[in-house]
Ligand binder design. Sequence first.
Ligand SMILES: [Zn+2]
Length: 195
Amino acid sequence: MCKVGFLFSIFPLVKRIHLILFSSGFAWLCNAQTSDLPNIIDYTGKVNYGYQAKENRDIDIIVIHSSYYVNPDSFLVSGVMKQYKQYGVSPHYIIDREGNIYLTVAEKNIAFHAGSGKLPGTDRTAINANSIGIEILTTPTNPPTEAELNALVSLVKDIKARHPIEHLVRHSDIAPNRKTDPWAFPWEQFLQMAD
Ligand SMILES: [Zn+2]
């Protein structure tokens, strides 16, 4: 429920047109009150690799991945992005250990995050074309932090509200012979939280 409207009810004599203009100017306040999505940091300007620009595409898959920086071992976002650039890959989003969400490729574009694979229960192999890829930062022995997991849940719920998501999968689900990520990840708990 947006509380901004209440402010205007105590000014009954304000001209109607002023009220409409004023209300629309505060629409963002209502949105801020009804969404628990953490602030998204726009890193799209830093990424000129690992994606193909598109104007229209259908999105019905979310793929969860994890990464860490290997030289030296750390959870630096700039480090994992350096690795992605090296391989010409990128997710749409990266979530760090503090729960900050970075947008690295706009959702409308195809990000190269899945590689070859097959969607379980289907014959679909063009996973990148119809998916959003999210990288969290974990290692095989370091599960996600609470802030990281909560941010992922919020982001996935937000994406589900905007796209008809039919498949929420791990990278290891679509490429079981090749990939083991997301590592140390409480998948069943996450599915319940993101439902
Ligand atoms: Zn992956």
